[in-house]
Write a protein that binds this ligand. Structure first.
Ligand SMILES: [Zn+2]
Length: 348
């Protein structure tokens, strides 16, 4: 193992956690998990990616080394370096059968982590481009494919549609919402997510479009914000986008007023401890802000973000959260917290 790789057992020993004692009931509760922040293409096992690339005759970009570039195991120098796997993750699945192969593998990994319900996020517009179909058809395929995979693994699932920051964010969201309407507002779609480069600006109308979708379509809102140190993005996620949840939000840990705002409005932070260390959102020499969140009464839920890229799972993220200072008692509450802040009302 590379010395710079995250050493979870070592981190636990350092945090003084060597042995965990709990009752059988507590242990079985601790085993059941809810996942609120996981990207579908970051959750596809490497073996499945290889199979699909081979089946679709897709070659890797020039100079790309699958073994080196497809996983992120050690803290990266930049978010761009962390995102290297997406150079390949954006190239598939071109065939509908491979979407099914992919979703089955994703839900298989979730089942291995005792995930009872998941809100899976995905970029439907990429899927439409890859499969040469309309956004509504791509959304329909995604609903069918994830629904069948979830059913086979006994997992309840909702879908979150991801919109990318930047100049085309508003156009992308309008296209997604049109597809959602065309399909008769399927219950499978439970929320909207804004992701992508936090340094990028977005169209002025984007926040009101998110608010409208929340108020008129009943969709939950989660915004990736404060991952790259920009606390003001967390504030605008709350005040402009009316976010129900914040993805990462690590920058808020240094802003007591902002933490008070999150606590007062009961806005849940989706904390992804392994991802936060690998992306550098939390530098190696700093404590993870989740202890600050707890002190300020900010609700948070532990999530995995891109588990296959980390070669880990939600269980490992919960272990990492304990290494960052959470107790076994905190962990036992996680399932109920995830349920409380889930957008899957009536589905779980
Ligand atoms: Zn994310």
């Amino acid at each position: 193992m590379n010395q710079r790789q995250l050493d979870l057992p070592g981190m636990l020993v350092e945090a003084g956690i060597t042995e965990v004692e709990c009752t059988e009931e507590e242990a079985s509760n601790a085993l059941k998990r809810g996942e609120l922040h996981v990207h579908m293409n970051g959750a596809v096992p490497a073996a499945t990616i290889r199979e699909i690339l081979a089946d679709e005759g897709t070659s890797l970009p020039h100079g790309y080394c699958f073994q080196r570039d497809m996983v992120r195991l050690a803290p990266c120098r930049s978010l761009a370096e962390y995102l290297t796997p997406w150079q390949v993750l954006r190239l598939f699945p071109k065939k509908q059968a491979n979407l099914d192969r992919l979703t089955l593998a994703v839900f298989g990994s979730l089942a291995e982590n005792q995930v009872a319900f998941v809100e899976l996020r995905s970029s439907v517009l990429y899927l439409a481009t890859l499969q040469g179909c309309s956004p509504a058809q791509a959304l329909e395929r995604l609903i069918e494919s994830t629904g069948e995979a979830a059913r086979r693994h006994g997992i309840r699932r909702g879908l979150i549609l991801t919109v990318t920051r930047g100049d085309y964010g508003a156009v992308g969201l309008a296209t997604l919402l049109q597809a959602f309407e065309e399909l008769g507002r399927p219950k499978d779609v439970v929320g909207l997510d804004l992701a992508g480069d936090e340094e990028m600006s977005y169209a002025a109308e984007l926040p009101s479009m998110f608010r409208d979708a929340k108020d008129h379509l009943g969709l939950g809102i989660t915004i990736h914000a404060g991952e790259t140190g920009r606390a003001e993005n967390v504030r605008s996620a709350v005040e402009l986008f009316h976010a129900d949840r914040i993805g990462h939000g690590t920058a808020a840990g240094k802003d007591p007023d902002l933490m008070d705002l999150l606590a007062e409005r009961r806005i849940c932070v989706e904390v992804c401890p392994i991802s936060n260390r690998l992306t550098g959102a939390v530098p190696p020499n700093e404590a993870h802000p989740l202890q600050e969140f707890r002190r300020h009464g900010v609700p948070f839920v532990i999530c995995s973000d891109n588990p296959a890229i980390h070669q880990r799972g939600l269980a490992d993220d919960q272990t990492a959260a304990m290494a960052e200072g959470l107790s076994i008692c905190d962990m036992q509450q996680q399932y109920e917290i995830a349920k409380h802040y889930s957008f899957m009302e009536g589905l779980i």
